[in-house]
Write a new protein. Structure first.
Ligand code: MN
Length: 309
């Protein structure tokens, strides 16, 4: 098990988040290529999340709301408030732009925002926005589970993704101990979002009859993200009272991707074109109806030389 310290990052104007992916130690978990933990933070006194119009390519943005509300607007004309227990999924395909604004000063905002890389076969999929107000939820040994993506324990989430993925939220108001069967062909990432969690895992040896590897004893909190390589068949989680965590997983992503600012691509040339199209106001990235602020300019790709776009 690889334990990675989250790093601080800024969203919009001075709104701090903790970033679990990508880091130097780990770029992806399955097709999950970005994971920001927002809050919990009390809004008000000028503190809020306000992200001006910005583009995305070749990815899906995935927002999981735990507390508070965020208003999403995009260049398809979508306008949707997301509330606790809900998922918003925006599929960029070749190009989309959106804004995100936290609502209700005086309340607490707590969310996770992730990106899912699109495989090359679906890089040009039609841009789309999907809101999932209801997801499979159940209880097990005092732990409340929500399935955000994929299949688990006979439940199937409606979330439309293009590679094999899973995401689960676990919440233990009184504390709890659960044992989760995992897919040995998946890799997994675990992030406590409230309180602390102790993971213990069983990794079956590749050959039958040989010893299994077990790992245990690490106390994780919201500052640390744990990565489990493929081969783990069982994960036991001991959640302290009031704790909550997010488990993501997926089939290791077979393709290499390039990320620059808000762009994901399968080549630098694709990013060069997306960068130029965004900077030049191309119809590839239409305006966001209702947006109350100017477009965010993109930083120039670090590998570019010569005159800027
Ligand atoms: Mn975005």
């Amino acid at each position: 098990m690889q334990v990675i310290a989250l790093r601080k990052a800024e969203l919009g104007e001075g709104f701090q988040v903790a970033r679990a992916l990508p880091t130097r130690e780990r770029r992806m978990v399955g097709a999950w290529c970005f994971l920001d933990h927002l809050g919990p933070v009390e809004l008000g006194g000028g503190r809020g999340m306000h992200v001006a119009p910005h583009p995305h390519t070749c990815l899906q943005t995935f927002t999981w709301m735990m507390r508070g509300e965020i208003l999403h607007r995009d260049s398809l004309g979508s306008e949707q408030v997301i509330r606790p227990g809900q998922v918003n999924l925006m599929t960029a395909g070749p190009g989309i732009a959106h804004t995100e604004d936290s609502l209700q000063d005086g309340t607490v905002l707590h969310a996770a925002q992730l990106w899912i890389a699109l495989p090359d076969s679906h890089a040009a999929v039609e841009p789309a926005f999907d809101h999932y107000p209801e997801l499979p939820q159940w209880q097990h040994k005092g732990v409340e589970l929500s399935l955000l993506v994929g299949e688990f324990a006979g439940y199937v989430a409606p979330t439309r993704v293009y590679t094999p993925l899973v995401a689960l939220d676990l919440h233990a108001p009184q504390g709890g101990l659960v044992s989760l069967p995992l897919r040995r062909d998946f890799e997994y990432g675990l992030l406590p979002t409230v309180g602390s969690v102790i993971p213990r895992f069983v990794r079956n040896a590749p050959a039958e009859g040989t010893a299994t590897e077990t790992g245990e004893g690490v106390v994780l909190d919201a500052h640390r993200f744990a990565y489990l390589a493929p081969g783990v068949t069982s994960l036991q989680l001991e959640l302290a009272p009031g704790s909550r965590c997010l488990l993501i997983g997926g089939e290791p992503f077979a393709e290499s991707i390039t990320m620059w600012w808000n762009f994901v691509a399968h080549s630098k040339g694709y990013i060069d074109a997306a960068y130029a199209d965004w900077q030049n106001g191309s119809a590839r990235f239409p305006d966001v109806p209702g947006a109350t602020s100017a477009r965010l300019p993109s930083p120039r790709p670090a590998w570019q030389t010569g005159p800027a776009a």
